[in-house]
Design a protein around this ligand. Structure first.
Ligand SMILES: C[S@@+](CC[C@H](N)C(=O)[O-])C[C@H]1O[C@@H](n2cnc3c(N)ncnc32)[C@H](O)[C@@H]1O
Length: 278
């Protein structure tokens, strides 16, 4: 583990349903597991770990002004799905930065599988970016900063590695004032979510990190039906889940998942999209 790495984040993604193995299994089920020219497009149904699908990635890339000449950093890139989408659709070069060893290695292998040479994977912590100042034109991130306890640090790092005029665009979970301390603790224990911000407090942090032209949009009403549908899908695959994790662990996950969806439906938890200029 990297120094200072929150172990809870690693534990959560060690047993996360979106993994390299699951992507490959899904491809094999679809009959695409043969040797041959797989492309990034073949993975997109399985390698994205955020809400709103490819349209959400495209919106962020557009808001960050990403074009073919852009040097893009995807902060907390997961399996590299959004990075490959941006590289293949916009022609930009993308660094996919990811903390979890298995996910970073998986992202690199998936890049090789689809011959995506414009995407490079770097394993590192988002609060200590291993890049020189001004190295990027755009920083993107989706549903990930919720895991980073020190939000001022990650925003300061994005600011440092962006060139002047470069853009940061990200989506993340946001808290509403009615989210209680016990609920926050349970979110940490279940999904390693920490120091959740409100829409306004995130804007404040962005300003204090030195960003200008800060804009925020509440995405909660878009995300609400998605989380309910995901829970239903998870339940439809109950047999597979029990076979993989056992009855007790499946049940615990299911109850926590229900608790989480309840928070979203009760208006205690929601989503936000933020854009800002360096
Ligand atoms: C919900 S996933 C999103 C992945 C990707 N952005 C996507 O949309 O497909 C969040 C990712 O953030 C990564 N992560 C969490 N904390 C991190 C940190 N401090 N530095 C880098 N990556 C981190 C996790 O390992 C996980 O892969």
């Amino acid at each position: 583990m990297l120094q200072g790495t929150p172990g809870r984040v690693n534990e959560f993604y060690d047993r996360h349903p979106i993994s390299e193995a699951r992507v490959l299994a899904a491809l094999a089920r679809q009959g695409l597991g043969r040797p041959g020219p797989l492309t990034a497009d073949d993975l997109f149904e399985f390698d994205q770990d955020h809400y709103g699908g490819l349209a959400a990635v495209d919106t962020l890339a557009r808001r960050a002004g990403v074009g073919a000449a852009s040097r893009v950093l995807d902060v907390c890139a997961g399996l590299g799905g959004p990075a490959r989408f941006v590289a293949s659709r916009r022609g930009s070069t993308v660094v996919a930065l990811e903390l979890h060893a298995g996910r970073a290695a998986g992202a690199a292998r998936l890049n090789r599988l689809v011959r995506q040479t414009r995407v490079t994977v770097v394993r590192a912590d988002a609060t200590a970016l291993p890049f020189r100042p001004g190295a990027f034109d755009a920083c993107l991130s989706q549903e990930a900063l919720m895991h980073v306890a020190d939000k001022p640090a990650v925003l300061a790092e994005c600011h440092r590695v962006l060139r002047r005029g470069g853009r940061l665009a990200f989506t993340d979970w946001i808290a509403y004032p009615s989210l209680g301390d016990r609920e926050r603790r349970r979110l940490w224990e279940w999904m390693a979510a920490t120091t959740l911000q409100t829409l306004d407090s995130y804007c404040g942090l962005l300003g204090r990190a030195g960003f200008t032209s800060v804009e925020a949009q509440d995405l909660s009403s878009e995300w609400r039906p998605i989380v309910r549908t995901r829970l239903a899908l998870h339940r439809a695959l109950r047999e597979r889940g029990v076979a993989r994790f056992g009855d007790a662990q499946y049940l615990e996950y299911d109850q926590l998942h229900e608790f989480f969806v309840g928070l979203v439906e009760d208006g205690k938890l929601g989503g936000g999209r933020f854009t800002a200029t360096r």
